[in-house]
Design a binder for this molecule. Structure first.
Ligand code: ADP
Ligand code: ZN
Length: 766
């Protein structure tokens, strides 16, 4: 294994807390000099030379190609190369390795007209591959997720007035077109026709005779440069201190800054200041947000602050737009990119700052394909680019907290809510003492609180982290439970859709009238609440209240999220019923009551982070209440009022909770005080999967500090018809787990049709 770069979990020897990134002999040495990052100073490969080209395929090695006559290539250049019968785009990774005989070597077909991939981006790709135990080509594929972006875009045809020519026969409609064209930028025929009030044929007809000149315009122009002259808000002394520290860090190479502060303390305002600072220095900024597709309020604030939208990168962005955004990023035409985790692999020309908002959020972990944690990899990326990364949260993860304690991360703290608004009062509702009526979910204290809130003309949020009507349907007669045929999961009733759905594979069926187990008629009953069932109860209790649902079933893109936000802000809604989708970031001044319907939901299952996550979620939800001048109130329904999580939330004693949680993890040698690697064996043939899992069990590495648990059936023992078994490697914090696991997998005799997925630093244990 190569020299180890910064590893968020690896802290073997305190005397070298942060080692420099590996010096890859195949890439130019990294310097602060931006020229070399462009590849301009990199050694050239003249015609006839061998170059190693990495392809966006799950391959470990780069392949050798010959540089053709008339072309000089440099490391980082995007090239097209022959691969079998087809051609494919790849990246020159460095000098050839010589493992293809001269006679068999093929020539590079040509260089693509995009700026070369920077040395730091290439080093990063190799590093992520090494760390996550994936072939580098699989990681490169994430960086080349829109291969069409490598081709120059097809511009649209727009028209502007030509030099007047007396021989053109003019008509009133043609006059109108010329007048419209003279008044504004070049536009496409349809748009110009609309402005002139004529048909598009008049426009194209006039162009044909020479009255208009066609000119190309980009289909997707780059986002506007942020307007840095707009004043930000007047920051409080504490906010200003944090903002100044971040702004200074922008000039100061690699660092990890943890920006902690209660919801509403102004963290966003503070880091936007650092964004402005980096942009003023001519550098690009990446902001990663969970659920970016839904972050309507965040985008509106960005727009208000900088006068335009940033470049966006997430699953809702169309391929056509992504293609252009990729190019804007590569060409340095996008100053600020806001995106989901995959934006980390965009080809930044000169990245100067990374912000990870809600750094504790689990959605930064990608669980499919290349399994990686974007927050952790962002820290590595920042180190390679010698730039700061800011981890923002009201409830930083234990991992981040441990790094603060070890002195590796800088801690910035915003103590109070902006304007002195208090954190809401939290009360626990003991569900054993004051239970709801049978078949209902709201306890008397919560009902009273909702009634009072609505009577005051304020808004309430009822939080239940369960989509659908009921999480389980069973037969009253024989007890048969409706299960997904392809997954180890109950089918969830969605009454609005009149479907039963599997939330793991998307399987659906109509609700059966007879029990599939015993044939009894009208015997199937829903068990437990989902948000739809809660809505039914609430509608009956408050027939006049205007209710809005907030789940991924009805908030699924920017438009629906924006509509939702505007309805709440305009007070067109009295009661919100939502899943974790409403827990994040929203700021509604009239929302003064938050009721958590089932606070215990996330605590079952024995997940390593169950308590931590529940605390974060409850804290986050509680933070939605009373964000303006009206005081907020939070009622939390629980059957476990004595649980440390509930106690910490009640007393607002985060420090005590963290200390206890950290102590427990430390004693168990669990992260961040130990290391874990999950190994998931899966396949459709159960016997082969078991054989593979057993083979891995037999080949397990041994050592004083090493333990392998399993194989055991995964909690989700089957997904989409694939059987799953899990093993878990547990090692001391100082252990470099990658070489161990690599050797382990290589040693084990695993049947061919069985897939082995490796999850370094697992977040999910399902
Ligand atoms: P956080 O990100 O910590 O939740 P925000 O940055 O979203 O906090 O701030 C909460 C609200 O307070 C926002 O509406 C924001 O515009 C406002 N705010 C924060 N700081 C200031 C300030 N110094 N002056 C004016 N408004 C502020
Ligand atoms: Zn399923």
């Amino acid at each position: 294994m190569k020299a180890r770069a910064y590893d968020p979990y690896y802290n073997a020897k305190p005397r070298v807390p942060i080692e420099p990134p590996p010096e890859d002999p195949a890439t130019p040495a990294m310097t602060k000099d931006r020229q070399s990052a462009d590849g301009k100073n990199a050694p050239g490969f003249p015609p006839g030379a061998r170059v190693a080209v990495r392809l966006p395929l799950p391959l470990t090695d780069a392949y050798d190609y010959r540089v053709p006559a008339g072309l000089t290539l440099a490391a980082g250049d995007f090239v097209r190369v022959p691969l079998g019968p087809r051609r494919m785009a790849g990246v020159v990774w460095g000098p050839g390795t010589g493992d293809v005989p001269d006679a068999k070597m093929k020539e590079v077909a040509g260089r693509l007209d995009v700026p070369p991939m920077t040395a730091e981006a290439r080093t990063f790709i190799d590093w992520v591959a090494d760390y996550t135990l994936n072939p580098p080509g699989a990681v490169l594929r994430m960086a080349l997720s829109v291969p069409e972006a490598l081709e120059p875009p097809k511009p649209l045809t727009a028209y502007r007035p030509a030099v007047p020519q007396p021989e053109i026969k003019m008509t009133p409609t043609r006059d109108r077109v010329l007048a419209a064209a003279a008044d504004g930028p070049p536009r496409q025929a349809a748009e110009l026709a609309r402005a002139a009030g004529v048909t598009p044929a008049v426009v194209t007809g006039l162009a044909k005779v020479g009255g208009l000149t066609a000119c190309p315009i980009p289909a997707f122009p780059p986002p506007p440069a942020p307007d840095l002259d707009r004043p930000g808000p007047n920051l409080s002394a504490e906010q200003a201190a944090a903002a100044d520290a971040l702004s200074a860090a922008v000039h100061d190479g690699f660092s990890v800054q943890v920006l902690e502060g209660v919801p509403g303390s102004g963290k966003t305002e503070v880091y936007l200041q650092a964004v402005a600072e980096a942009v003023a220095r001519g550098r690009q900024v990446l902001v990663l947000l969970p659920e970016i597709a839904l972050s309507a309020q965040w985008l509106e604030r960005f727009q208000a602050r900088f006068g335009g939208e940033p470049a966006l990168w997430h699953s809702e962005v169309t391929q056509a737009q992504k293609r252009e955004t990729w190019r804007h990023v590569a060409l340095g035409q996008a100053d600020v990119v806001v995106g989901a985790r995959s934006a980390l692999f965009l080809p930044f020309r000169d990245l100067g700052l990374i912000i990870i908002d809600e750094e504790h959020d689990g959605s930064f972990k990608q669980e499919e394909g290349v399994v990686y944690n974007a927050r952790d990899m962002a820290v590595v990326r920042a180190q390679m680019g010698r730039i700061p990364v800011v981890l923002v949260s009201a409830t930083p993860s234990l991992e981040t907290q441990a790094n603060v304690d070890r002195g590796r991360y800088v801690h910035l703290h915003l103590p109070a809510r902006h304007g002195g608004a208090d954190l809401p009062d939290v009360e626990l509702v003991n569900m054993t003492k004051t239970p709801p009526q049978r078949g209902q979910w709201l306890s008397p204290p919560l009902r009273e609180a909702v009634t009072a809130t609505l009577e005051r003309g304020e808004q309430a949020l009822l939080f239940l982290n369960r989509r659908g009507y009921a999480p389980l349907t069973l037969c009253r007669t024989c007890g048969h439970r409706l299960q997904c045929p392809q997954c180890t999961a109950w089918l969830v009733e969605h009454r609005l859709l009149q479907r039963l759905q599997c939330h793991h594979c998307g399987y659906q069926m109509a609700p059966p009238h007879t029990c599939p187990g015993c044939g009894a008629e009208d015997s199937m009953v829903p068990c437990g609440p989902g948000v739809e069932r809660l809505e039914e109860e609430v509608r009956a209790l408050y027939p006049d209240a205007r209710i809005a649902m907030a789940t991924s079933d009805n908030l699924y893109n920017q438009r629906t999220a924006r509509d939702f936000v505007h309805r709440i802000e305009a007070h067109e809604v009295d009661l919100i019923i939502g899943t974790q989708i409403v827990a994040k970031g929203y700021h509604f001044p009239l929302l003064t009551l938050v009721g958590v319907v089932d606070a215990d939901l996330g605590l079952s299952g024995g997940d390593l982070r169950a308590a931590e996550r529940t605390y974060q979620l409850l804290y986050q939800v509680a933070g939605r209440a009373g964000r303006a001048d009206r005081p907020g109130r939070v009622l939390i329904q629980t059957f476990m009022p004595e649980h440390p999580v509930m106690d910490a939330i009640l007393k607002g004693d985060r420090a005590a909770f963290l200390t206890a949680e950290a102590k427990g993890r430390e004693e168990a040698h669990m992260p961040p005080y130990g290391r874990l690697v999950g190994v998931i064996v899966s396949g459709t043939d159960e016997a082969a999967v078991d054989a593979g899992a057993r083979a891995l069990g037999r080949a397990a590495p041994k050592g004083a500090d090493i333990q392998v648990l399993g194989p055991a059936p995964a909690p989700l023992a089957m997904i989409r018809g694939r059987h799953r078994r899990r093993l878990l490697l547990k090692a001391g914090r100082g252990t470099a787990v990658q070489p161990l696991v690599r050797a382990w997998i290589a040693r084990a005799q695993i049947p061919k049709k069985v897939r082995v997925q490796i999850d370094v630093d697992p977040y999910s244990f399902m």
